[in-house]
Design a protein. Structure first.
Length: 301
């Protein structure tokens, strides 16, 4: 029988993140029913369901934290979702989230998709900075926001079920770019009598200062004027790139983490964007994807 209590929910998936989420709700006094695809240690005080159907039947709010989109569909396939609010915290793409919303809706449920911006050790810890992007059914969000706020702060980004995943992946993409730059920097100093421990705070401070560059990019994208407020233009940056590449060669370091972006910068200058900032590269990336999509669409089936 479905439970309508505001202090009860189901968690499907007891990996590191699913277990951390479960422990946070239990600590806050929630009744938590759990199910995992394989035998696993269960957080104390949780109620273990023998089957996924039993777990879903137990509560209106069902939180899913599995490996991928395919595992979510495989686990819920054949389960009656009528009246259930499915909160999917499984990492997915925007397209997968939108398709899953339709799939769950066709089975009588409502989807609220989420992107967790934290590691398990941050879950349920006050002031850890953990938060979760949510998007999809607004009514489901409003109904369960108090429960969802227990493990991490809630950031609802709209009714489009794909937006939480998009925000998540966009920020992760920015992170990987930062990691790539840091990796290259450490490689450059690696063969010299320079302490990486002493170098790290210099790099962190510089990266933090440079991070505000994003505000300028956002303003230029909003206005459409990519020369607005530019002090170091793209042509100047491209000329500096040659020195960066020579330095890498001198230090015996591969430049493969840098050259893809540099190639796009070169192309934008060649197309007349030398007085811009790097914002024009955003357009280049989107044009490349659009051209590839059109090319695939024009191929005979």
């Amino acid at each position: 029988m479905i439970t309508h209590s505001n202090k009860a929910l189901t968690v499907l998936g007891l990996g590191d993140m699913g277990s951390a989420l479960t422990r946070s709700w239990l600590a806050a006094g929630y009744d938590v029913t759990v199910w995992n695809r394989s035998p696993r240690t269960v957080p104390e005080a949780a109620t273990v369901a023998a089957t996924v159907s039993e777990a879903v039947t137990a509560n209106r709010l069902v939180v899913v934290c599995l490996l991928d989109d395919a595992s979510v569909r495989a686990s819920l396939d054949g389960v009656d979702l009528t009246g259930r609010d499915i909160v999917n915290l499984t990492t997915s793409t925007p397209g997968e989230a939108r398709a899953l919303s339709d799939w769950i809706g066709a089975r009588g449920g409502r989807l609220l998709d989420g992107g967790i911006m934290a590691v398990p050790s941050m879950i349920g810890v006050a002031d850890s900075g953990a938060y979760v992007f949510y998007s999809g059914c607004e009514e489901a969000h409003e109904t369960h926001v108090a429960a969802l706020a227990v493990p991490a702060a809630v950031n609802y980004v709209g009714p489009d079920p794909g937006f939480a995943a998009l925000y998540d992946m966009a920020l992760l993409s920015a992170m990987w770019g930062m990691f790539a730059g840091a990796t290259h920097a450490f490689a450059l100093i690696g063969g010299e009598d320079i302490s990486p421990m002493e170098f790290a705070p210099l790099m962190v401070a510089y990266q933090q200062a440079m991070a505000e560059y994003a505000y300028g990019t956002a303003a230029q994208l909003a206005s459409g004027d990519y020369t607005e407020g530019v002090e170091s233009n793209l042509a100047m940056m491209v000329s500096t790139n040659a020195t960066l590449l020579r330095t890498a060669a001198e230090q015996g370091v591969s430049a493969e983490l840098l050259t893809p972006f540099m190639a796009l910068m070169d192309r934008r200058v060649a197309e007349g964007g030398g007085k811009e900032s790097t914002t024009g590269v955003v357009d280049l990336l989107r044009q490349r994807v659009s051209a590839a999509t059109e090319a695939r669409g024009s191929q005979p089936g």
